[in-house]
Each structure stands twice: as structure tokens, then as C-alpha cells.
Design a protein around this ligand. Structure first.
Ligand code: B12
Length: 168
């Protein structure tokens, strides 16, 4: 009889606890998908679980899924040139869904067909309810990475405003 084979002790580090769930999605008009795969891998590397809703997501599906999942953040990607219009249409619907009123929601990619020169899409999208806009041409990945690193930990979100203190 030979010597018993003893398995080598496991030396890998214990898996890190997830920082929470992030939803990655495009909007209804946009069928591009590799942008979503890229973002999913980036966000997973930063310690989050990702639910990737895929391309051409209808507004009502996005609102329902996010309302049910209550993610730490919603990341909208658009590259077909309709991101501004799609984003302006969907953001009030997301904000109107109670649990998502204070959820960080960002949008990025190629948001128009003009390259973004001299157009204030960022200001308008943020005024409409987005927390950040990462348009191509402005080093969006580095800026997004910093935003993600600064995201408050799960359970430490901005409190919802007290409805009694909102002016009528
Ligand atoms: C592959 C491709 C397609 C494929 C998509 C297949 C698939 N399953 O994904 C098909 C053939 C279906 C397609 C269709 C169309 N396409 Co197309 N497509 C491309 C192409 C060649 C590559 C896109 C890609 O996969 N890139 C790889 C991924 C990883 O990178 P990315 O998409 O650029 O995303 C990066 C950034 O935008 C950014 N980003 C994106 N989202 C976000 C979000 C956040 C939060 C952040 C931080 C960053 C970020 O990060 C990503 C990684 O760097 C590009 C041209 C190009 N070379 O880029 C055109 C391109 C995107 N397509 C374009 C167009 C116009 C179309 C069509 C309208 C063409 C038509 N007339 O039918 C349709 C649109 C269909 C639709 N309903 O959306 C234009 C968009 C122009 C614009 N926005 O000004 C491009 C740029 C081509 C061009 N130069 O004109 N397309």
C-alpha cells in the first residue's frame, strides 16, 4: 500500500462579502450589449453583484425590476445615440417608484449623435434626477470608477426626504 494522498491545505483567501447588487441596463431603443458586459465586469471587480438586464429594456420592465431588487445603484448605458432622450424619459419613472427615490442612478456612454461638443446634456440629465452622467469623450471610466469607490456602503443610503417637509 502506498502513502495516503492528503489534499494540500487550501490557501486562497476567503471570498469577500458582496457590497450589494447593482443593476446594469440599456434602455428601450438600444440593442448594443458589449458595453453592458464591460460594465458588469468592472462593477463585479469592485465587489458588487450585478444584475444585467440586457439590451432593449422597456421602461416598465426596468422600473419593475429595480423596484423589486432595490439595488445599491442603477447603471444605465447607451451607445446608439438616443441615451439623452431615453434617459430623460425614464428617470422620472424610476424616481417615482418609492424605493428608488434616493437610489444612486447614473447614465453614460454615447448619449447623442453629435459627440457632445457644446451640448449640456449632463446638466439637463442631472436636473432631471440622475446622480451622475459619464459621457464618452470625458474619460468616463476613470470618473465612474471613482464614483463607485465613493458609493456609501449598503444600508447607509441618503435618507428619503420627510414628506411633511416637502413644500406643496
Ligand atoms: C457592434 C456594434 C453594433 C452591433 C451591436 C451588437 C451587439 N450585440 O452589441 C449592431 C450591428 C447590432 C449595431 C447596431 C446599431 N448601431 Co452600432 N456599433 C457597434 C460598434 C461597431 C461596436 C460597439 C461595441 O460593442 N463596442 C465595445 C464596447 C465594450 O464599448 P462601447 O460600446 O463603446 O462602450 C464603451 C463606452 O461607450 C463606455 N460606456 C458605455 N456605456 C456606459 C455607461 C457608463 C455608466 C459608463 C461609465 C461608461 C459607458 O464604456 C464602454 C467601454 O469603454 C460601434 C462602433 C465602435 N467601433 O464603437 C457601433 C456604434 C455604437 N453603433 C452605432 C449605430 C448608429 C448603430 C445603429 C443605429 C446602426 C443602424 N443605423 O442601424 C444600430 C442601433 C441599433 C439599436 N437599436 O441600438 C453608432 C452610434 C453613433 C452615436 N452614438 O453617435 C456607433 C458608434 C457606430 C458609428 N461610429 O456610427 N451596432
Amino acid at each position: 500500500m502506498g502513502e495516503a494522498q492528503v489534499p494540500a491545505p487550501r490557501t486562497e483567501a476567503a471570498p469577500q462579502a458582496s457590497k450589494g447588487t447593482v443593476v446594469v441596463t440599456t434602455l428601450a431603443s438600444d440593442s448594443h450589449t458589449w458595453n453592458l458586459v464591460f460594465l458588469q465586469l468592472l462593477i463585479e471587480e469592485c465587489g458588487y453583484d450585478v444584475v444585467n438586464l440586457g439590451p432593449c429594456v422597456p421602461d416598465e420592465v426596468l422600473v419593475a425590476e429595480c423596484g423589486d431588487l432595490r439595488p445599491e445603484m442603477i447603471v444605465i448605458s447607451s451607445v446608439n445615440g438616443h441615451g439623452y432622450q431615453d434617459g430623460m424619459r425614464v428617470i422620472p419613472q424610476l424616481r417615482a417608484r418609492g424605493p428608488l427615490a434616493a437610489t444612486p442612478i447614473v447614465i453614460g456612454g454615447k448619449l447623442g449623435t453629435d459627440g457632445g461638443e457644446g451640448v449640456d446634456r449632463t446638466g439637463e440629465l442631472m436636473a432631471a434626477g440622475f446622480d451622475a452622467v459619464f459621457e464618452d469623450g470625458k474619460d468616463p471610466i476613470a470618473a465612474f470608477h471613482s464614483f463607485l469607490a465613493a458609493l456609501p456602503p449598503a444600508g447607509a443610503r441618503r435618507p428619503l426626504p420627510d414628506p411633511s417637509r416637502i413644500p406643496a
